[in-house]
Design a binder for this molecule. Structure first.
Ligand code: ADP
Ligand code: MG
Length: 298
C-alpha cells in the first residue's frame, strides 16, 4: 500500500531530523508566510562561554570570588547562561557555596541566598531598574562595553547592590545565515529576531545572520505579543525557539518548532515540531516538504 502524502512527508521530515507531531502540523508548516526566530540557542549554538569577569571597584571581590558567587547562585538553573557561569567556575577549580531560596525569572535572571547574602545574576536592563543610579553607573558602563563587543553582560547583585559584571559569548550557528536566507525566500515578510538579550548583542548577531527586523530586551510574553501582532496583520507565523522563554511565542504561533538537542522540556512541549538533529537548516527543508505535499493533495 502507498502511504498518504502527509504521512510520507512526516517520515521524510524525520529523515531530515525533524519530528513533526501530527499530520495537521505537517500541513501547517507549509502555510507559514512569516517567520520569527529566537537568538540564544536557536540562531546561536547555545553553548555560551564566560569571556570576562569584572568585579566593580569598591565591591572588595577578586575575579574568582565574583565568579564563585555568581556560579553558586546559578547552579540550580538549567539556562545556557547559567551553565556557562558554572562551567567557568569549575574550570578555575573554585569551590561553590550551596545556594538556598533559589528563584528564577525567565528573560531576567536568577536569585538565591549564598553565604548569607541575597545574590542576583541576570540582565542589567532588568536588574538595574530597582538599583539606585549612583551605585549602578559603573555597572552600566562595564556592561555596555561588553555588549558593544557582542557579548551578553550578566550583572551580579549582592543584597541589591551591583558588585560585578560577567561577560558571556556564544557562537553563531554555522547554518544560521543560509537558514535565514532560505526562510526569507519562503515567506512574504522579512524574518524577525525575537530575543530577551540586549539590543547591542542582538544587532550584532542579526547582521551576521542577515536579519533586519530585530526586537530585543523582550520578556517571554513580549515575544508572544510580537507573534500575535503579526498574526493579526494577516500573517501565519512560524516560530523557532529553544527555551522556557520561547514557550508562550511557540504556543501563539501558527506553527512552532523547538530546537530539541539543548532545548528545554517546556519548549519541546509547546512546539508542534522538534528539530532533533542539531541542524537549523532543517527548518526551511520541512517547510518546503510541506508545500510539495500540498501540491500533491490539492
Ligand atoms: P534569548 O531570548 O536570547 O534566548 P533569554 O530570554 O533566555 O534569551 O534571556 C534573556 C536575558 O535574560 C539574558 O540575556 C540574560 O540577561 C537574562 N537571563 C535569563 N536567564 C538567566 C540566567 N539563568 N542567568 C543570568 N541571566 C539570565
Ligand atoms: Mg533561546
Amino acid at each position: 500500500a502507498t502511504m498518504p502524502p502527509l504521512l510520507s512527508a512526516m517520515a521524510n521530515a524525520g529523515r531530515h531530523g525533524v519530528l513533526v507531531k501530527s499530520a495537521v502540523v505537517m500541513e501547517r508548516l507549509g502555510e507559514a508566510d512569516a517567520v520569527a526566530l529566537d537568538k540564544t540557542g536557536t540562531l546561536t549554538e547555545g553553548s555560551p562561554r564566560v569571556t570576562d569577569v569584572h568585579p566593580l571597584p569598591g565591591a572588595g571581590l577578586t575575579d574568582d570570588a565574583l565568579l564563585a558567587l555568581a556560579a553558586a547562585a546559578e547552579h540550580p538553573s538549567e539556562h545556557p547562561l547559567a551553565r556557562a557561569v558554572v562551567n567557568a567556575a569549575r574550570e578555575r577549580g573554585l569551590r561553590l557555596s550551596p545556594a538556598s531560596e533559589f528563584d528564577s525569572a525567565p528573560g531576567t535572571g536568577v536569585t538565591a541566598t549564598v553565604d548569607g547574602h541575597v545574590i542576583s545574576v541576570g540582565s542589567p536592563l532588568r536588574l538595574l531598574r530597582h538599583a539606585d543610579a549612583s551605585s549602578s553607573a559603573d555597572a552600566t558602563a562595564s556592561a555596555a562595553a561588553l555588549e558593544e563587543s557582542g557579548s551578553t553582560a550578566l550583572l551580579v547583585l549582592r543584597d541589591g547592590e551591583p558588585v560585578g559584571v560577567v561577560g558571556v559569548a556564544d557562537r553563531i550557528r554555522h547554518d544560521a545565515a543560509v537558514t535565514v536566507a532560505a526562510m526569507a525566500r519562503l515567506t512574504d515578510v522579512p524574518p524577525m529576531l525575537l530575543t530577551g538579550d540586549n539590543a547591542r548583542a542582538a544587532a550584532r548577531l542579526a547582521t551576521e545572520a542577515g536579519i533586519t527586523d530585530v526586537r530585543a530586551g523582550l520578556l517571554p510574553q513580549d515575544k508572544a505579543t510580537a507573534v500575535r501582532e503579526q498574526e493579526q496583520a494577516g500573517h501565519r507565523v512560524l516560530v523557532v525557539g529553544d527555551g522556557v522563554n520561547d514557550a508562550p511565542a511557540l504556543a501563539a504561533a501558527h506553527v512552532g518548532i523547538a530546537m530539541g538537542r539543548a532545548g528545554s522540556d517546556l519548549a519541546v512541549e509547546a512546539a508542534d515540531a522538534v528539530v532533533i538533529r542539531d541542524e537549523l537548516a532543517a527548518v526551511p527543508t520541512v517547510v518546503a516538504l510541506s508545500r510539495a505535499t500540498r501540491r500533491l493533495v490539492v
